[in-house]
Write a protein of this length. Structure first.
Length: 92
């Protein structure tokens, strides 16, 4: 939940996407390493107009992540995050 709030507060909607009234859902996959750093970003669903690049940028700005653990040892974990974009009034 905190991540979604962070994204909502920090995502910068590209001007081209605003002009084109682009709405929809970005899907970005990435790996959290054992040290808590995120990398290996991959766009699964792109809305175009620079929206995916800005989605990756906002995820890179997030605080260090807690790694996954298996048998008490830190392990790499893959996440896929949806980022919903809407150019009209905020949905209820």
């Amino acid at each position: 939940k905190n991540l979604m709030i962070f994204i909502a507060q920090n995502y910068k909607y590209p001007k081209e996407a605003l002009n084109a009234k682009v709405s929809g859902q970005l899907l970005i996959s990435f790996v959290i390493e054992k040290n808590g750093l995120a990398n290996e970003f991959e766009v699964i669903n792109d809305l175009g107009y620079g929206t995916a690049a800005n989605g990756i940028e906002v995820l890179k700005k997030a605080e260090k992540w807690a790694p996954g653990y298996q048998y008490g040892m830190p392990v790499r974990v893959q996440f896929t995050i949806p980022i919903r974009l809407h150019t009209g009034p905020a949905p209820n």
